[in-house]
Design a protein around this ligand. Structure first.
Ligand code: SAM
Ligand code: MD0
Ligand code: SF4
Length: 349
């Protein structure tokens, strides 16, 4: 019975793989409401009313890969950009000034940045790190193990690389011509060299509840400090352009079950799926981080939603804070975020 499983989770007794799958299969307004409420309470016990905010700088949209779900896949003939180091530094500074707790430097798998053992990328991280005092997350795709120590030394605190699914067959269909194990190892390597790591999955790419349950279990085992789920948003010009986007409920359900299975992990509410409209439902389902905060009028794109809510400023920090406060949340300070990272580091040491 789902009620017993929810009670078990709220008492902090952990969840088995089968219990995770059972929770993923629940439906109906009453049961879903109970699921979200339990997840929200567990989040509150762990993190109180605090929510942290991450600024997003998608600095190069060039990519050598051909993921079937992604707008930026190499076969899509779109306009692309690559920001200069100076531009990226000043974007990061203005994000810091605006009050976000972290800057996420994200790119497509851009040949130029990956060349020569990621020399340019390491330089870039070093420059951003000397310009800002908030933590840095790096999301560069899959790189060689030899790049991790240089990333860490240059000042990257976090490394994000999402498996999307832990079903190897589905991975092969979606992340075309990419190596499952190499992608999985990115997060192991990041942690081995002293960085924090983020894993993530997508819903709506052909997965079953059994696949999602496996992912949630594997995310627990790998130990990444931050874990996420995002709904796949169909993209023009891609093989999945006419797929149907799953409902918000699907993502919220997975998010809540992640929170119950792994109470102490950071879980983002991404503004990149539904824009600002999607924020509060995700917070109510147990998220404690807001990601994909993008400054307006800087010609920066999102990933799943390349322009939704960006130039209107609706996806910028002031608006996010106002909405969170109206919900009774408090935006955590940089000091509090720094303390949280120290705790996470201590836990994985
Ligand atoms: N290129 C790097 C990589 O793939 O790891 C880093 C950035 S990539 C654009 C970040 C993530 O965006 C992907 O791992 C995927 O989870 C998500 N994403 C890409 N296209 C998406 C879409 N159409 N809908 C939802 N999420 C998407
Ligand atoms: C987000 N668009 O947080 C960003 C992206 C990459 N580390 C994160 C998927 O939604
Ligand atoms: Fe490239 Fe990342 Fe998009 Fe895949 S998800 S095509 S690696 S930008």
């Amino acid at each position: 019975m789902y009620r017993d499983i929810l009670d078990k989770a709220s008492e902090g007794r952990g969840l088995s793989r089968d219990e995770i799958q059972e929770l993923l299969s629940i439906s109906g307004t009453k049961a879903l409401g109970e699921l979200w409420e339990t997840a929200y309470n567990v989040k509150k016990e762990q993190f109180g009313d605090k929510v942290f905010t991450y600024g997003f700088v998608y600095f190069s949209t060039f990519c050598k890969n051909n993921c079937s779900f992604c707008y930026y896949r190499r076969s899509n003939s779109i306009d692309r950009y690559r920001k200069t180091a100076d531009e990226i530094v000043s974007l990061s500074e203005s994000l810091q000034d605006s009050g976000v707790n972290l800057v996420d430097l994200t790119m497509g798998e851009d040949h130029k940045m990956h060349a020569d053992n990621c020399r340019e990328l390491v330089d870039l991280v070093r420059k951003v790190d000397s310009a800002v005092s908030i933590p840095i997350m790096l999301s560069p795709g899959a790189v060689d193990e030899s790049s991790f120590a240089p990333f860490r030394d240059a000042g990257a605190d976090w490394f994000a690389c999402y498996q999307e699914t832990h079903n190897r067959k589905l991975f092969a269909e979606r992340r075309i011509e990419q190596d499952y194990d190499r992608r999985f190892d990115q997060r192991t390597w990041a942690r081995k060299y002293g960085m924090l790591a983020e894993d993530g999955i997508m819903v709506g790419i052909g997965e079953t509840y059994a696949d999602v349950a496996d992912s949630i279990v594997q995310m627990g085992k790998q130990g990444c400090e931050q874990i996420r789920v995002m709904t796949f948003v169909p993209q023009e010009g891609t093989p999945m352009s006419s797929s149907v986007q799953k409902s918000r409920e699907d993502e919220l359900k997975v998010m809540a079950v992640m929170r119950l299975a792994h109470p102490d992990r950071l879980i983002p509410a991404s503004l990149d799926v539904e824009g600002i409209e999607g924020l509060i439902p995700r917070i109510r389902a147990g998220a404690n981080i807001v990601t994909s905060i993008v400054p307006p009028h800087m010609d920066l794109a999102g990933v799943a939603q390349k322009d939704l809510d960006i130039d209107s400023g609706r996806r910028f920090i002031d608006n996010v804070i106002e909405i969170l406060e109206a919900e009774g949340c408090r935006v955590g300070s940089n000091n509090e975020y720094g303390n949280l990272l120290n705790t996470l580091r201590g836990r994985s040491a």
